[in-house]
Design a protein around this ligand. Structure first.
Ligand code: PLP
Length: 520
């Protein structure tokens, strides 16, 4: 057998269902080795004639070793990837309550639209006259994003939320340079509860990061924020709703304070799904905000596809937006690709952004309409509060019984003395078929468990999820520690050394027999 790592099971296994099988399979859950372990270097999946002349023109560049690529027939290759895909947690298979990530359903209409040849089969270097329809779609999406945010401009090219943060902060930096203040304005204020990408972005651009504490209610501490405002402040980076799932109560006052100090307000818009159609960030005083199309507007993310992080900009920053952007010229649309006479800070990426994601987001927006988008936000908030209320008697909440926005936050105070940690609890959820919620984030909450069900979940699926968590919680309280500390028992792999994997990743597979010998 080629299997190098069959499932590890121990006699202490929680369930007899974890019994070892001969194949390593467990019913429909199939074991699968690496493709290099099942493929054979001497085999290819296709059968083509040897070319008549094999005279090479590569000279010394010619490869003199076998490449070592695993060869598989088509059915073998398909089985390999289908089996791997079945080891993934996926929103298409079950509730995926990963807080801050907005794992919502991607309507299949989006996929159908993205596959239209006029969008899917075009090339970024095609003459602009031949892609007018695609440009028109981007222009329409731009208009929708500006309407939803009440902002002045949008940069479409950033490829993820973090990339959008970089783009927005580069626009802020360009504005500060244009004012001749780059030597003095070097501080960026970031709350303790921020996503790690916020301080990373500010630091990457050479700013000094100062952190603002949270107050007892989970909001940014208003007086602490105000005390830090001064002529050195370039910007504040604030997430709203914040990563505790709460709407920042003092956001308008914080915006006013940073503007009075001569700085800019960057809003991390990753949690926009809670407020679309309810609040326009431009009305709150935001100067720049990224929108994760792959969160709020349902385009796939994680293993499902690339992200897209357009950045909306206020009037004060619009002129510094990166190229490319779309301009209407008489009857046609033109992609402005060079900075020309504008104050644009330059370019974020080659080409124009993630066209397939633009199509999906636009399809989502148009198929929902303005009332549907508002309802999606309301339902996301309702679902999160339902989960929160259904668990509140068993699991402790760090900020009391305050209603949340789109995600419900619990801490680990209720686990005290049980011998079960947040991590153990999350691992036991895997045995129940759920991807765990976000753990240990935000950092301001001890043993945080951040649950974001999104509006995609039906009442029945929420009830099952809640009942599962209640069962787990009561089990922890009853002292059934083994159910947790040894979990997951039923996943294709057991508990892994995640720190080791991150610090010392093994990225290369070495054949048991050197390829040169095998090829002979
Ligand atoms: C997801 C997220 C980001 C980063 O977005 P990516 O698309 O993953 O780069 C930033 N801030 C918050 C609060 C987020 O949830």
């Amino acid at each position: 057998m080629l299997h190098t790592q069959a499932r590890q099971t121990t006699p202490a296994d929680h369930s007899s269902r974890a019994r070892q099988t001969f194949t390593g399979n467990r019913g429909l859950d199939l074991e699968e080795p690496l493709i290099f372990e099942i493929g054979r270097t001497e085999v290819t999946g296709i059968d083509v004639d040897e070319p008549a002349t094999t005279k090479t023109r590569l000279g010394t560049l010619q490869r003199n070793d076998a490449m070592g690529l695993p060869g598989l027939s088509e059915p073998e290759a398909i089985r390999h990837y289908v089996r791997l895909s079945r080891m993934n947690a996926a929103i298409d298979a079950n509730t995926y309550p990963l807080g801050s990530c907005t794992m919502k359903h991607n309507p299949r209409l989006n996929e159908k639209m993205a596959r239209l040849p006029g969008f899917a089969d075009i090339h970024p270097l095609q003459p602009q006259s031949t892609v007018q329809g695609a440009l028109a779609l981007i222009e329409a999406l731009v208009k929708n994003l500006l309407d939803l945010t009440n902002m002045s401009a949008v940069a479409m090219s950033p490829k993820a939320g973090a990339h959008g943060e970089l783009c927005g902060m580069m626009a802020i930096k360009a504005a500060i340079i244009a004012r001749g203040e780059e030597a003095g304005r070097r501080t960026v204020l970031v709350p303790d509860s921020a996503h790690g990408t916020n301080p990373a972005t500010a630091a990457l651009l050479g700013f000094e990061v100062k952190s603002i504490p949270a107050d007892a209610d989970g909001d940014v501490h208003l007086d602490a924020a105000k005390a830090l405002m001064g002529p050195d402040v370039a910007a504040i980076m604030l997430t709203n709703p914040n990563t505790c799932g709460l709407f920042e109560r003092d956001i308008v006052e914080i915006a006013r304070a940073v503007h009075e100090a001569g700085g800019y307000f960057y809003c991390d818009g990753a949690n926009f799904n809670a407020i679309v159609g309810k609040v326009r960030p431009g009305d709150l005083g935001v100067d720049a905000m990224h929108i994760n199309l792959h969160k709020t507007f349902s385009t796939p993310h994680g293993g499902g596809g690339p992200g897209a992080g357009p950045v909306v900009l206020s009037e004060r920053l619009a002129q510094y937006a990166p190229v490319p952007f779309i301009m209407r010229e008489r009857e046609s649309l033109r992609l402005v690709e060079h900075t020309e006479a504008t104050h644009s800070f330059g370019r974020m990426t080659a080409f124009h952004g993630q066209m397939g994601m633009f199509v999906r987001a636009y399809a989502y927006i148009r198929s929902h309409g303005s009332d549907g988008l508002r309802q999606a936000s309301e339902d996301a908030v309702l679902n999160a509060n339902y989960v929160r209320a259904c668990l509140a008697d068993l699991m402790s909440q760090p900020f009391g019984d305050r209603p949340c926005m789109h995600e419900a936050l619990f801490d680990d105070a209720w686990l005290k003395g049980t011998g079960v940690t947040t991590l153990d609890f999350a691992k036991a959820m895997i045995d129940e078929g759920y991807h765990p919620m976000t753990m240990y984030f935000p950092l301001v909450v001890h043993g945080a468990m951040l649950i974001e069900p999104t509006e995609s979940e039906s009442l029945a699926s929420l009830d099952l999820f809640v009942a599962t968590l209640r069962d787990l919680a009561m089990s922890a309280r009853r002292g059934e520690v083994e159910r947790f500390t040894g979990a997951p028992y039923l996943a294709p792999r057991r508990r892994l050394d995640e720190t080791g994997a991150a610090r010392k990743p093994v990225l290369r597979w070495s054949p048991p027999v050197p390829i040169r010998d095998a090829a002979e």
